[in-house]
Design a protein around this ligand. Structure first.
Ligand SMILES: NC(=O)c1ccc[n+]([C@@H]2O[C@H](COP(=O)([O-])OP(=O)(O)OC[C@H]3O[C@@H](n4cnc5c(N)ncnc54)[C@H](OP(=O)(O)O)[C@@H]3O)[C@@H](O)[C@H]2O)c1
Length: 237
């Protein structure tokens, strides 16, 4: 069974990925930014799995490279290695560029893009030590379908798409497969939305988790390196 590291695993898509990985028998380290959110998620996932030995929560802000290195080292020490990294932590839409606060621009870039760089750089030596592994980056259809008011967010996701393609080529001969998953609208609490406010037409976090698990189950010779998943029937425009 694999050892997986999932950023932003306390709720939403990351949490659904954590639950799916634990259900298939993996050992999983989930991260979030606060003691409270991480503890709550670790306890809930452990209880649901009837197994506290394969789930560990670690407080780790992906914007902080030192925090990420410590979290990855903790995962490796606890479970003896690392096989799968899911870079899911992300934050949402900033606002029109004309009035966007620079701190908000930094928050989006540092979390959605630099955070992934931190995690990949810290994880790659450990994946190589196992003879390979899988990195899945949760991007967004916003990376190619830009929209007004989302310039900063869309730029982070377009950047993440390019980062993922390049990294895929850099590490493929080390046995490390890199894929990015681009969801459309998912019914989560993203960007401070009320989770239940999502309409029935939206994807569920579990739908995205199913794609991640499907990717991981591909034979070693195969790499669907970019996957788009969108609601089947969004409201007509
Ligand atoms: N929801 C959508 O419609 C949608 C569509 C396409 C793509 N996506 C992408 O999917 C990913 C997950 O979205 P979601 O909807 O599941 O969001 P969510 O429900 O808001 O959850 C975000 C997660 O990221 C964590 N997080 C936020 N900032 C962090 C940081 N600096 N360091 C570490 N963890 C951090 C949060 O942890 P704590 O709260 O515990 O700190 C939480 O676990 C994001 O990358 C997003 O861009 C979402």
């Amino acid at each position: 069974m694999a050892v997986a590291f999932v950023t932003g695993g306390t709720r939403g898509i990351g949490r659904a990925v954590v639950e799916a990985l634990v259900a298939r028998g993996d050992s999983v380290v989930l991260t979030g930014t606060s003691d409270e959110s991480v503890q709550r998620a670790e306890t809930a996932v452990s209880l649901a799995a009837h197994d506290a030995t394969r789930v560990m929560g670690v407080v780790c802000d992906v914007r902080d490279g030192g925090s990420v290195r410590r979290a990855i080292d903790t995962a490796v020490q606890r479970f003896g290695g690392l096989d799968v990294v899911v870079n899911n932590a992300g934050v949402g839409v900033g606002g029109p560029i004309a009035t966007l606060d620079e701190a908000e621009w930094d928050r989006l870039i540092d979390t959605n893009l630099t955070g992934v760089f931190h995690c990949c750089q810290a994880a790659i030596p450990h994946l190589k030590a196992r003879g390979g592994g899988f990195i899945v980056n949760i991007s967004s259809l916003a990376g190619k379908n830009a929209f007004a008011g989302g310039a900063a967010y869309c730029a982070t996701k377009a950047g993440l798409d390019a980062f993922s393609e390049a990294l895929m080529q850099e590490v493929r001969y080390d046995g490390i497969r890199v894929a990015h998953v681009c969801p459309g609208s998912v019914a989560t609490g993203f960007n401070n939305r009320a989770p239940e406010a999502g309409a029935d037409w939206k994807l569920h976090a579990e739908d995205v988790a199913a794609v991640v698990l499907h990717l991981l189950s591909h034979p070693a010779r195969s790499l669907p390196s970019r996957v788009e998943i969108r609601p089947a029937q969004p409201p007509r425009k």
